[in-house]
Structure formats: structure tokens, C-alpha cells
Write a protein that binds this ligand. Structure first.
Ligand code: HEC
Length: 139
């Protein structure tokens, strides 16, 4: 009897594992890989923390984050976003304080600091392909 129960237990665990795998396979496509994610989650963060120096009339470091063209062109040091690769994206490295330490310096350079949750959102967006609407509306 005991062996039988253990047997059922193993089958149960196996079935559970299979069920979880099937669940992942059928999961919805990553919402971070949509232009809506940029418009509703990422752009508000950039607007709040970056546009005053990288939008409108101000293109500090040669970088305008307020338009798609500006985002793609990057700044004095070249492209700042490498789609799918946060570790190679200067924008992500600077907000995560992963260097370079001085030139250019960590962003934003002054308070208020960008929150951990916001950093995670921007990182997730770059990792998912940095997809944005064609016409990022100007501020
Ligand atoms: C108070 C003004 C200010 C704010 C706010 C600010 N930046 Fe900057 N940013 C600068 C300046 C100045 C530079 C040029 C620094 C340098 O070259 O050493 C720069 C440079 C950069 C660069 C490097 C461009 C290049 O090619 O060298 C990136 C990427 C960047 N900023 C991203 C951001 C992001 C993302 C935010 C918002 C989280 C932000 N910045 C907020 C002033 C600002």
C-alpha cells in the first residue's frame, strides 16, 4: 500500500511538472515587446527623469530621448540602446550605475534618483527588443 501511494506521489509530481511546462509554452507573448509597453510604462519614466535634459531644447551629451529618431541615433558616444541587450546599452548601464563611472556619468546625474522598479522596467523593455511606436509624441 505504501509503495502504491509513493508511486502515485511520483506520478503526481511528474504531472504537475508537465502541467507547469505546458503552462509556460502557452503563456501570452511578453507585453514588454509591444509599443504600448513603451508608451504606458517606459516613456513616463523617461519623461519624469530624463526629458528635462534629453528632450525639448536640451540634448545633453548630444542625446534626445524624446523622439524615436533621437533615441535610435544616441549621443556623443554613439547608440545608447542595443535592442535585446541591456548589458551593451549605455542608457541601461548608466541608470544601473554599471559604468562608465565618470564619462559619461551615471544617469540621472542629480536627484531625484530613479527607483529600482523603474530601472527594472526600462531594462525589461530593452531586453524585450526596445520596441517603441513609430511616432513617439513630443512633449
Ligand atoms: C540634469 C540633467 C540630466 C538629466 C536629468 C539626465 N541626464 Fe543624461 N546626460 C546629461 C549630461 C550633461 C550628459 C553628458 C555627460 C557626459 O558626456 O559626460 C548626459 C549623458 C547621457 C548619456 C550618454 C550619452 C552619450 O552618448 O555619451 C545617456 C545614455 C544618458 N545621459 C541617459 C540619461 C537617462 C536615461 C536619464 C534619465 C533617467 C538622464 N540621462 C537624465 C544630463 C542629464
Amino acid at each position: 500500500m505504501r509503495t502504491l501511494l509513493v508511486g502515485f506521489g511520483v506520478v503526481g509530481v511528474a504531472l504537475l511538472g508537465w502541467g507547469l511546462r505546458v503552462g509556460t509554452v502557452h503563456a501570452a507573448p511578453d507585453e514588454a515587446a509591444t509599443p504600448q509597453f513603451y508608451a504606458t510604462r517606459v516613456q513616463p519614466i523617461l519623461k519624469e527623469h530624463c526629458y528635462r535634459c534629453h528632450g525639448g531644447m536640451n540634448h545633453r551629451g548630444g542625446l534626445n530621448l524624446a523622439t524615436r529618431a533621437g533615441m535610435m541615433k544616441g549621443g556623443h558616444d554613439g547608440p545608447v540602446v542595443v535592442a535585446g541587450d541591456p548589458a551593451k546599452s549605455l542608457l541601461v548601464r548608466l541608470i544601473r550605475h554599471e559604468g562608465p563611472a565618470n564619462d559619461p556619468m551615471p544617469m540621472p546625474p542629480k536627484l531625484p534618483e530613479i527607483s529600482g522598479a523603474d530601472i527594472a522596467t526600462v531594462t525589461r523593455w530593452v531586453k524585450a527588443g526596445a520596441i517603441m511606436p513609430d511616432d513617439v509624441p513630443r512633449r
